[in-house]
Design a protein around this ligand. Structure first.
Ligand SMILES: CC(C)(COP(=O)(O)OP(=O)(O)OC[C@H]1O[C@@H](n2cnc3c(N)ncnc32)[C@H](O)[C@@H]1OP(=O)(O)O)[C@@H](O)C(=O)NCCC(=O)NCCS
Length: 154
């Protein structure tokens, strides 16, 4: 299991590398360009994480709410804990920025990602029908980041 030791805070100069990993993880219509990633990383409310073994994540914190905008792991590096390590680091980053909850959207058909998020303490709180270009539904998942009695998942 990857402990995330090599993860770095991404800056706009990392956008190209992150876009390449994203492109390997998503269908053409869902890919984010290096320009789009670079623009997000330049925003103070956004943060990026890059795993040198082939993982990337973009998150955003506004007021006390965080959103995990995207995460991808290169197909050759999957099932080694990179996705989990990136999501854990994002949770820590969001907490450090003052977020009290984190949200994300995931395809209802993406069983692997849903399992990953569930293991980290996210729970489905809503559904957006026909959200994706191909007609698939999105699930909205939420995880509390702070509060009395919270038990750290994992
Ligand atoms: C989802 C994704 C980021 C997971 O990355 P990863 O590094 O392989 O994830 P991890 O190794 O941390 O997996 C942790 C757990 O999640 C679950 N999981 C992850 N991928 C899975 C899959 N394809 N099938 C079933 N379970 C899966 C498993 O429970 C896994 O634990 P295990 O390997 O001990 O069984 C990666 O598959 C990916 O980039 N997919 C394409 C892009 C995508 O779907 N992103 C998420 C969109 S919201």
């Amino acid at each position: 299991m990857d402990n995330g030791a090599g993860i770095i805070a991404a800056r706009p100069i990392h956008a190209r590398a992150m876009a390449a990993i994203h492109a390997a993880g998503f269908r053409a219509a869902e890919r984010w360009s290096a320009e789009a990633i670079g623009r997000l990383l330049a925003l103070p409310v956004c943060f990026g994480l890059l795993h040198p073994a082939g993982g990337m994540l973009v998150g955003r914190v506004m007021a006390d709410e965080a959103e995990l905008l995207t995460v991808a792991v290169d197909p050759t590096a999957r099932r080694q804990g990179l996705g989990t390590a990136l999501a854990r680091r994002a949770i820590a980053e969001a907490r450090g920025r003052g977020a009290r909850s984190m949200f994300l959207e995931v395809s209802a058909e993406n069983g692997g990602a849903r399992r990953l998020y569930g293991a980290l303490g996210f729970a489905a709180i809503g559904r957006r029908p026909k959200y994706y270009a191909g007609g698939g539904d999105a699930l909205v998942m939420k995880r509390t980041l702070s509060g009395p009695g919270e038990v750290e998942a994992g």
